[in-house]
Design a protein around this ligand. Structure first.
Ligand code: 0X9
Ligand code: ZN
Length: 363
């Protein structure tokens, strides 16, 4: 079973309840925090921090950051993030490897970066048993079943009516003029304005009006800028991939769109860590732009700005498969039984804690 024992997807409330419960029952090991900005629909966004004497001062220990649910329909991305937190907390003091890792780091967990989008997606999806028509992620007409496959946040364009003040009941009042949502993974300030993102509201990869126009991406900027994140994993679904910087081909970005890019300075080390993780779950480790070009993505901003290693994971083979597949992804199945994402995450944490001596980098 999963560390938490769950056998079904969490709702938004479940995430908040679980984080509060972990903090309540493990007072010196886990604390909750609230991100600085509410979501567009006014929700508080929570995370947890795990570490020995976590309520004491930050003594500069390396920070390992894991995030889920930038994209609304990618439910396993939040589940993996939350299960890893349970794994660390419940095995602290029992498993020597995990105890050592937790003692030597701070682990910061934000399972739901985009609560407005996720709540729409999981609520509509649950009503329809998670099996609804893919609307391509544009969610151009809200209130239809297609919201289970919405991708973006709840920014509404001019010409969209929101009777209850949220995007939940938003409907187009001006045909052709509407659109809902900014793609949070195109809204970061790295090569923003370049290829692989759209300036059109109705597009699934709409980048937003400006870099960091959205409170949900501002939250991550501020969270990371205030910490020493040495390794970050941002979980998505799907395609069985472990992606590392760069997110856009070097020949695709003009110097006017930001720092000129060549090979990432840490390419060798990030490739080694990517490969070590992929050996645990059978995913393919590659540069993000080898999937396709993106600009304004979390991985490039994070790596460029903090220098900490950054990975975008594309988990599994569906946006939100039946839950037993989530269990298998986490724990490993078939030839990866006993390994899986769990073991790959632990290797990433080992690297975050000990980049100089960890065997991934020293061979
Ligand atoms: O397009 C995305 O945002 C990610 N795929 S998803 O299906 N989850 O939407 C991939 C982003 C990978 N990162 C970069 N290419 N920089
Ligand atoms: Zn995604």
């Amino acid at each position: 079973p999963l560390p938490s024992g769950r056998d079904a997807y969490r709702t938004l409330d479940d995430y908040d309840t679980d984080m509060a419960a972990l903090a309540l029952h493990h007072r010196d090991l886990v604390k909750t925090f609230t991100l600085p900005h509410r979501s567009l629909d006014g929700r508080l966004i929570q995370g947890i921090e795990i570490g020995r004497d976590v309520n004491g001062p930050d003594t500069g220990l390396p920070v390992f950051l894991m995030m889920g649910l930038h994209h609304a329909r990618e439910w396993p991305s939040g589940e993996m993030t939350m299960e890893f937190a349970y794994d660390l907390v419940l095995n602290y003091g029992r498993d020597q490897r995990i105890t050592d890792l937790v003692n030597r780091s701070r682990i910061v967990i934000v399972p739901v970066v985009n609560p407005d989008g996720f709540d729409r997606s999981i609520t509509d999806g649950a009503l329809l048993d998670g099996r609804v028509v893919d609307d391509g992620g544009t969610v151009s007409i809200l209130g239809t079943p297609g919201a289970a496959y919405m991708r973006k946040n709840c920014r509404v364009a001019d010409g969209v009516d929101t009777p209850d003040g949220t995007c939940r009941l938003a409907t187009a009042t001006t045909p052709g003029a509407f659109g809902v949502g900014v793609d949070l993974n195109r809204n970061y300030g790295a090569y923003w304005g370049g290829p692989g993102a759209s300036d059109q509201f109705v597009n699934p990869t709409y980048r937003g009006a400006t870099p960091f126009s959205e409170p949900e991406s501002q939250n991550i900027r501020e969270l990371m800028s205030g910490r020493q994140v040495t390794t970050m994993i941002t979980n998505h679904t799907f395609s069985d991939l472990i992606l590392r910087p760069g997110g856009v081909s070097p020949d695709q970005v003009a110097p006017s769109q930001g720092v000129p890019i060549g090979e990432a300075a840490d390419e060798e080390a990030m490739a080694a860590l990517g490969a070590a993780m992929a050996a645990q779950n059978g995913y393919t480790s590659q540069r993000a732009y080898e999937l396709y070009d993106t600009t304004g993505s979390t991985d490039d901003w994070s790596y460029n700005t903090t220098g900490g290693f950054a990975f975008t994971w594309e988990i599994g083979t569906e946006f939100h498969p039946p839950f037993p597949e989530v269990v298998d992804e986490y724990l490993g199945a078939g030839e990866y039984a006993g390994k899986g994402n769990r073991e790959a995450y632990l290797i990433a944490l080992e690297n975050a804690v000990d980049p100089q001596t960890h065997s991934v980098l020293t061979g």
